[in-house]
Ligand binder design. Sequence first.
Ligand SMILES: Nc1ncnc2c1ncn2[C@@H]1O[C@H](COP(=O)(O)OP(=O)(O)OP(=O)(O)O)[C@@H](O)[C@H]1O
Ligand SMILES: [Mg+2]
Length: 369
Amino acid sequence: MNQQCNLSPTRQLTESEQDLVWKKPSSHKVSQEEQRVCQEIKRNWHRGEMKIANILLEGDAGTGKTQLAKALSANFGLPYTKVTCFADMDKSDIIGAILPVISTERMNQMDLSDKSALQALYENDSFESAHEILMNVLGLSEEMAARKMKQLLKLAMEQAEGDNVEYRFYPSEIVRAYQKGYLLEIQEPNVIRDAAVLMALNSALELDSSINLPTEIIRRHPDFIAVITANRSYAGARPLNEALRDRVQHTEKMDLPSKAVMMERAKAKTGYGEEQVLDAFAETIIVLDQTARANAIKGVAGMRSYFYWVDAYASGATATESLYHKVIYKITTDPDEISLLEHALHKHQLLDRLTEIESSVKKNEFLTT
Ligand SMILES: Nc1ncnc2c1ncn2[C@@H]1O[C@H](COP(=O)(O)OP(=O)(O)OP(=O)(O)O)[C@@H](O)[C@H]1O
Ligand SMILES: [Mg+2]
């Protein structure tokens, strides 16, 4: 199946937008989920109210949610951007913020880092999000950039008091993607605490909607695709808001992939190809994943652990020792829980298989020397 498909063939991307379109690395393997989501989006793209442009990918860590969102960017030739949600997000993180432009004299009295941050914001005349500008200039994470922006806002408001100043609007990443027609990954919106913030996000996900900004009213670009990625809720975690779920027109349940897919991805990623080893390691991960779940052990045995374990083994570590450092201790360091996991591996003869792998490699080494 040809994955490449431009949804709006006449659309011209700018150079910087083209840079945002994800390029699939050679290690990328097209999954059934990817094929299905692409087909669904294409099938309904010109069907007005039945359009499919809000997608939910829900499942465990490392199952490939982000990579699937990026693959859609590559397949549809849309710029990829993301927003990582955090608990105390407020409305300005969803919509954007208005910042007073304060005079140079007042700026000169400020702390150097605040001054340079404000200067960077004022000098940027593209429709770039404030968070992105601060992340680039100050090297901050998204959450820290959001905090910094709020602090700068307060500071600039105080400084501007009494002056007759101009105000500028800085859109959020969400608004930017919404207006420009990008593919936006919204990571973990279930952590957001404030109901009003969730409502703002919900209304931005209406298909035929518009957002009222202080400066203008903007409409949803026909190419805007929102991909919500969330870990499945476990006991104690906040579930994804129902209204938000309801805005979604297609959902994929992302689980640990099948053994064959796990092996295929690990091969592509690490360049290591010994089937017997990849198979035993994958089985081990699967058994540990099931056991951890069944016993309410919180950590995950997932694809990332699998890749790093295979890679450590391929670089000369022993199978059993690296099992602990790359997989088991990542799940838990609690001795009782470790015993439970070991017991499960023993029951499935996996510890024996790993020891066998070790000794057969030793034998081969012995025979070749
Ligand atoms: N289709 C694929 N082909 C090859 N490798 C993949 C594929 N999908 C995911 N991977 C690899 O698996 C790892 C985890 O993927 P990804 O980051 O997309 O997971 P995730 O579900 O978004 O995890 P999290 O919940 O932690 O955000 C990455 O190293 C990624 O490159
Ligand atoms: Mg992710």
